[in-house]
Write a protein that binds this ligand. Structure first.
Ligand code: ADP
Ligand code: MG
Length: 421
């Protein structure tokens, strides 16, 4: 559907068309009319499907009309789980709102100095994009006036709950006017998210385009069995030399591994950099900017730091270490194949990871096809998938029924690790 039919202001349409968007994505087509009508909304759709514009365009459309309330506080508030996402949302707001007179965007993140934020908050604000923790600080110090607030948007609400922000989100919502419109985007709408939605919203509309486990049909998923660390490093080197790699994100299990691997790659001559939660905000922002501008070819990252990153040049995602949770696998591979492009997702797995790989496949409903590279074949030969599936219950949980506990070199290790978390 074309954006022209969505009742958006011509100055917003102009910015959209300059962004190169020719038609609305399914979530945009469904969500924008509901939001323009003023309904509360709970929505889920897969990563990379254009959710930011789905909430930001109707939000901007509100700003065309002057506020009925007095004051200079924000009219739109967007909460995001991570700083990177907040910055991405702010950039989108500035891009889509560039022709509007009153669409001043302010971003409030943890890890940034307070004096500048205090100053920004004392001036006129239309759209405030923030991470919950730092926003609470400012709220408690009386630095934010929500009397003009019309719309509260929770982006990646499931991740905000996972990260323990639920109390903060509820306190922030309590500080805003009852009359507000409330919007929530999340990978799932069940369980705790459903409860949060019910407590914050009035008769919300529900939109589910496809679950987070939807097929990433434009992403080719490959598996490489690895023997040890040195084998992993040789494979990675081989892959990064591939001419079809424009930019890659390599995921490691820990922050320290991300630093070490990034240093290794730099030493080998790659434009590499690390991105993880122990870096200062300034470093994280600088790294992402360099990635966007093409100055970084290989970003070595951890799950939380890379969540939601949208950089068009990323052709490859490489799981140097598998993610602990199948859900994170989906978020990782979604960093490539953005906005309809194709991408390649490569996972390294050792023999003992076999069962974990099956678990990921069950979660996504897709197989990750084993590949070998000539000259870099693994010594380990995995068994065919069919013999391994028997140990799973109908719910996809690994069940060690004791029949063959040493199969795959003790693959039940993951079951134990999960239990310990
Ligand atoms: P999500 O939040 O669903 O993961 P984003 O909002 O980050 O997705 O959008 C993913 C990418 O798609 C962004 O680069 C964005 O600029 C682009 N995009 C969004 N809407 C459209 C559209 N209607 N047509 C083309 N590209 C779009
Ligand atoms: Mg998003």
């Amino acid at each position: 559907m074309s954006f022209e039919n969505l009742n958006l202001h011509p100055l917003i349409l102009k910015a959209i068309s300059e962004s190169g968007y020719t038609s609305a994505t399914p979530i945009q087509e469904k969500a924008i009319p509901e939001l323009i009508e003023g309904h509360d909304l709970m929505a889920s759709s897969q990563t990379g499907s254009g959710k930011t514009a789905a909430f930001m365009l109707p939000a901007l459309n509100r700003l065309v009309e002057p506020s009925k309330a007095a004051g200079k506080g924000p009219r739109i508030l967007v909460l995001t789980p991570t700083r990177e996402l907040a910055q991405q949302v702010s950039q989108a707001a500035a891009k889509y709102g560039k022709y509007l007179k009153n669409a001043k965007v302010v971003t409030i993140l943890g890890g940034m100095p307070y004096p500048l934020q205090n100053k920004l908050l004392s001036q006129h604000v239309d759209i405030l994009v923030a991470t919950p923790g730092r926003l609470i600080d400012h709220l408690e110090r009386g630095r934010i006036n929500f009397s003009r607030l019309e719309m509260l948007i929770l982006d990646e609400a499931d991740r905000m709950l996972d990260m323990g922000f639920i109390d903060d989100v509820e306190r922030i919502a309590d500080a805003t006017p009852e009359s507000r419109q409330t919007v929530l985007f999340s990978a799932t709408l069940e369980g705790a998210i459903g409860k949060l939605g019910a407590s914050l919203m009035k008769e919300p509309k529900l939109i589910k385009i496809a679950s987070q486990t939807a097929k990433h049909e434009n992403i080719e998923q490959r598996l490489h069995y690895v023997d040890d660390m040195s084998h992993k490093n040789r494979l990675l080197d081989h892959m990064l030399r591939d001419l079809s790699v424009n930019q890659a994100i390599v995921f490691t299990a820990t922050k320290r591994d991300a630093d070490t691997l990034a240093d290794d790659l730099l030493a080998k001559g790659y434009d590499a950099a690390a991105l993880h939660g122990d870096m200062s905000q300034r470093e994280r922002t600088r790294t992402l900017t360099r990635l966007r501008q093409g100055g970084i070819k290989v970003l070595v990252a951890t799950d939380v730091a890379a969540r939601g990153i949208d950089v068009a040049g990323i052709t490859h995602v490489i799981n140097f270490d598998l993610p602990k949770f199948a859900e994170d696998y989906v978020h990782r591979i979604g960093r490539t194949g953005r906005a309809g492009a194709t991408g390649i997702a490569i996972s390294f797995a050792s023999g003992r990871d076999s069962l974990h790989v099956r678990k990921i496949e069950r979660f996504t409903g897709q197989t990750i096809t084993p590949h070998v590279i000539e000259g870099l074949e693994p010594k380990f030969k995995p068994r065919p998938a069919s013999t391994q599936k028997r140990n799973y219950s109908a719910r996809g949980e690994y069940r060690n029924n004791g029949a063959n506990p040493r199969r795959n070199g003790g693959g039940d290790r993951y079951a134990r690790e999960r239990g310990n978390r």
